[in-house]
Every structure is written in C-alpha cells, then in structure tokens.
Write a protein that binds this ligand. Structure first.
Ligand code: ATP
Length: 140
C-alpha cells in the first residue's frame, strides 16, 4: 500500500477540526499509521517548504505554519497520495468551497494561505516528507 503525509495546519487545529478531519480520513478507507501533534519552529518550516523559499508568500507561510500546533499523520491505502490530494481539494479554500464543496478545504479552510491541511504531491515528496517528520529524530 502507498503512504502519504498529511498535516492538519494551525488553523485546522485551532478551529477544532482535528476529529472531523480524522473521521473523514478513516471514512475514506485510509489507515492512520503514525500521528503526532507538535508546535513547528521557524527552521523546521523553512526546511520543510524549502522549494517555496523564493516565493513572495514564503514569510507569510512560515509565520502561519508556526502560529500554533499542527497534527502530522502518515496515511496509508492504495493510491493514498492522489486520493488524499483529491479529498482535500484545491489549494485555495475559497475556490474549494465553489468547485469542490465536499472537500476538506471547503469545510475547514479559510483562504489561499489558511487552507487547513497539507498533502504530499508525489511519491518523491511523500517519501521525503514522511522521513522528514518520522524517520529522522533531528528534523522535527
Ligand atoms: P500543500 O503543499 O500545503 O498541500 P499545495 O500543494 O496545495 O499545498 P503549494 O503550492 O505547495 O500548495 O503551497 C504550499 C502552501 O503555501 C499552501 O498550502 C498554502 O498554505 C500556501 N500558499 C500557496 N500559495 C500561496 C499564495 N499565493 N499566497 C499565500 N499562501 C500560499
């Protein structure tokens, strides 16, 4: 079976969406094989999102992702990477509300930045992101 990394971002945890998101995950045939709640620090977020370092939204993204605790999970099922991306919907929660009203971002996201969840976008990212948080004691 395939694994992907899911993050419930600070707006999701702060808005009390953890239980409903986990129910959605389990009700969509994923297993949650690892899970932890933690407060990310600036260096961890900068390293996790290194591919976005040159983007105009990067400093806002770092501020947002360090604004409160996150819940980080490894999800497992056949086709987990694409299926979790489909379940969460488009990056911009305001667009998700219109085009994918049943998606996770439609019900818990706020806008383009505060979109309440993350999902790995490829097998390469999933492998990197899972080892970033769960298989290296020094990174989180
Ligand atoms: P994620 O990687 O978190 O699952 P994604 O693949 O849909 O989301 P990316 O393009 O990788 O989106 O951007 C990473 C995160 O940066 C987004 O989830 C969002 O929180 C934030 N972000 C992306 N684009 C913008 C933007 N134009 N303005 C503000 N924040 C943004």
């Amino acid at each position: 079976k395939e694994k992907t990394l899911a993050i419930i971002k600070p707006d999701g945890v702060n808005g009390n969406y953890v239980d409903v998101i986990k129910k959605t995950i389990l009700g969509s045939s994923f297993s949650i094989t690892q899970e932890m709640q933690l407060q990310l620090n600036v260096n961890t977020v900068k390293s996790f999102y290194a591919e976005h370092a040159s983007k105009s939204f990067f400093s806002g993204l770092v501020q947002y992702m360090t604004s409160g605790p996150v819940v980080i999970m490894v999800l497992e099922k056949e086709n987990a990477i694409a299926d979790w991306r489909a379940l969460i919907g488009p990056t911009d929660a305001n667009i998700a509300k219109v085009t994918h009203p049943k998606s996770v971002r439609a019900f818990c996201g706020l806008d383009l930045q505060r979109n309440c969840v993350h999902g790995s976008d490829s097998p390469q990212s999933a492998a990197r992101e899972i080892s970033f948080f769960f298989e290296k004691s020094s990174s989180a």
